[in-house]
Each structure stands twice: as C-alpha cells, then as structure tokens.
Ligand binder design. Sequence first.
Ligand SMILES: Cc1ncc(COP(=O)(O)O)c(C=O)c1O
Length: 396
Amino acid sequence: MPSISNKGQAMPESPIRKLVPYAEAAVKKGRKIYQLNIGQPDIKTPEKALDAVKHNNIEVLSYSHSAGFESYRNKLSKYYQNHNIDVSPDELIITTGGSEALLFTMGSICDAGDEVIIPEPFYANYNGFATSSGVKVVPVKSKIEDGFALPPISEFEKLITSKTKAILICNPGNPTGYLYTKEEIDQLAEIVKRHDLFIVADEVYREFAYDGAKHYSIMSVPGIEQNAIMIDSVSKRYSMCGARIGCLASKNKEVMATAMKFAQARLSPPTFAQIASEAALETTQEYFDEVIEEYTSRRNLLVEGLEKIDGVKVAKPKGAFYCIAELPVKDAEDFAKWLLESFELDNETVMVAPAAGFYSTPNTGLNQVRIAYVLKKENLLRAIEILKAALKEYKG
Ligand SMILES: Cc1ncc(COP(=O)(O)O)c(C=O)c1O
C-alpha cells in the first residue's frame, strides 16, 4: 500500500474533538450530554448578517478578490480604527477563518525547522498548523496559580535561538481566558523588537473582555509595525463559526505580499460568507453589551460552582469563554472518557476537553480540563451538578 507522509502521521488529533466517538455512543444509548468541550457559542448570529445572505439575488456565485471584497476590507478597516487599531484596507487579507490566517502566517514567516515560542496552554490547533508548516512549537509555561498571566520575559529570553522566528500569543486566551495587560503586551513588544522577531497575536476573542477590562491589541503598540501580525475572525465575535471568515493584518508590506501569494493559490475566501461578514459589521454595541453581560454571568456562575467542588482549582477567566479547571483526578482524559462511557446522573452526563492537548510539553496538564461556558445558565448549573456527582463516584 502507498505510504502516508511523515507529516501526516505527525499531525495531532484535536483534543477538543477526539472524544466525539464516545459522545456519539452515549447519545445512541439515549443519554443527554452537556457539551462543555467545544467553543461553539449558542448566541444568535446578528440578523443583519443572515438577512444579507437570505435577501441576496446573486445569479453567479463567483470568486472574489484573493484578498477579499474591497468593500468588506474598507469597512473592516473602519471597524479596526474604532478599536484603536490603525490598519488600512490593503493591510488586510480576508481568509477562510482565522485558521487559514494562521496557516498563511506560518507559511509566510517560517521555514521548516524554524521555531515559534508560544505560552502554554494554547489553542490546540496551533500544534496542527505548526506541524503542517514544518514549524517547531517551543512552549513557555504559564501557570494556573498565576491565572495564566504572561510568564516572565526572562523565560522567553532563555528559549530564543537562531531558529526562533516569532512569538505567538492568543489574547484573550483560549483555553485560559487570560487577557494580557498593556504592560504585558509592551514587554512582548520590547523583546520582539530587541531580537528582531515577529509577534503574532491571535485576537479572535477581542470583544470578550470582562469586568470593564479593555483589550489591548498588538497593532496598537507603536514601534513594532514591522514585527506585528494580527489574526482575527468573525467566528466568535458574531457567533458565525460556520461562515469561515477571518483575516490577517500587518503593516509589514513584505509579510502581506507573501501572504497574498498563499491567498492567490487558494483563489478566494467564500463569497456568501463575506457578504454576511460585511453586513455583520453593522452590528450595534447593544448586541455586544448583551453578549458580554451574558458571558460574564455564565463565567461567574461556572467559577463559583467549580470552586465549591472539593479538590477543584480554577483560574477566573478575564476574557474569551473558556477556563482551565484542575480536577482531583490523575488522568483527566480517562475521566472525560469515563464521563461519556460509564457515568450518568438521571441519564445525563457532561463532555469536557482534556487539557493535556493544549500543552506541548509532554505530561503536562494531565489533571486539567478545558471548559467552554457556551451553554445557557440553567444548563451550565446542571452540568456543574453532574460534574460534582461524577467526581464523587470516579475512581481514577
Ligand atoms: C484562539 C483561536 N484562534 C483561531 C480559531 C479559529 O477560528 P476560525 O477558523 O473559526 O476563525 C479559534 C477557534 O476556536 C480559536 O479559538
């Protein structure tokens, strides 16, 4: 039989999706599952975005410009100006989700064997994008005890080699929920400038900042215009994960010209979804105010509920809609499988994402899970109740 590539074999499984077969088997048994494992918001997509597609009389569903519709990039640039991010339409490439923006970025700035330093735990698919680009992820550990704040800059400094091309951060963080302060972003800016590195900031959760905290974008830092690359997406902002629209932004012309070659090779981002995303830019602040209020109360309820369970430790998230919880178990993956295979409370159970897959240091985060608070409050309460009962019964 013809053989599979080494790269293909090295591609990691998604820790978020790998328990799906267990969940499917549980559903077949008639079990109800509260899904805390995946960042699929239950928030309604803005009607304006849906209407723009529904009431469209396009006759030929054609390709668009490889960088995306000009009209969309013009409006998107204004959205960024309103967020104190100065990017012009030609400093933006519309991509098929933030995922493609990450792939284009790695392809544009790294050769095989190059290194990217990433605070861990991090969004697990960074491992996948790095593997498919031949890039080595170099983790720098952030700790639950510090709420997953930025590790000391001296820790980054120790990891920089002649192969290091970039530092990649996620702000606010998936899976940590940590929101970097202006001081932390400034420290990162200083180190990338000093070592002549790129700083890639995944800001797909920009709007989700709680308790009055303000998101500080990498693109707002003066003096690192040639180093900074921003990744963005409509997936979470407008609850439009299925649209598959994101973007890549940088003031570095060489980066943009290179990324554009990747963009041309895949022709264009999806047309209907760009129409929806352009219309979504008209979403009012009230929509976000309501969404933020909802997530804040879900977060409070979740954190309070988890803290009441014996042996559970949690870092209170300041943004996004995830948290990492440390559980009184040895092997959170085994526990997560057991929840789906062997446990039920009145025929209901919960699904969580084992956190080890969000670390690239082996044998780390083994007793942690990632919980996404994307369920309505009553369901979240029930899920916590189930988790508490399960932890009492589990003999792991
Ligand atoms: C941190 C982060 N970056 C990027 C993505 C990719 O998003 P998409 O490709 O849907 O824009 C996600 C999706 O969950 C994410 O959590």
